[in-house]
Design a protein around this ligand. Structure first.
Ligand SMILES: [Cu+2]
Length: 83
């Protein structure tokens, strides 16, 4: 059975919107990642993933390799209440 979990990363080193797009592509191309939302302004990435398929530490390592040091946050730091 697939599980679905959410993770939040703080991502450093993004210079512009296309950095966010590149990160988004990297994340969503990973096996086990269903969806990723990368926010350049907020330096944040929200990831929907299957913890049995992929580990957040692997994603973080990959991002670091691309030049974007990332750290995981338990809940994204702030609760968004849009809607
Ligand atoms: Cu950029």
């Amino acid at each position: 059975m697939t599980q679905r979990k959410k993770a939040f990363l703080r991502v450093e080193g993004m210079h512009c919107g296309s950095c966010a797009v590149a990160i988004n592509m990297f994340l969503t191309n990973k096996r086990g990642v269903f969806e990723a939302n990368v926010d350049f302004d907020a330096k944040k990435a929200e990831i929907d993933y299957d913890p049995e398929e992929v580990r957040i530490s692997d994603l973080v390592e990959g991002l670091e390799g691309m030049g974007y040091p990332a750290t995981e946050h338990q809940n994204g730091g702030r609760v968004k209440s849009s809607r």
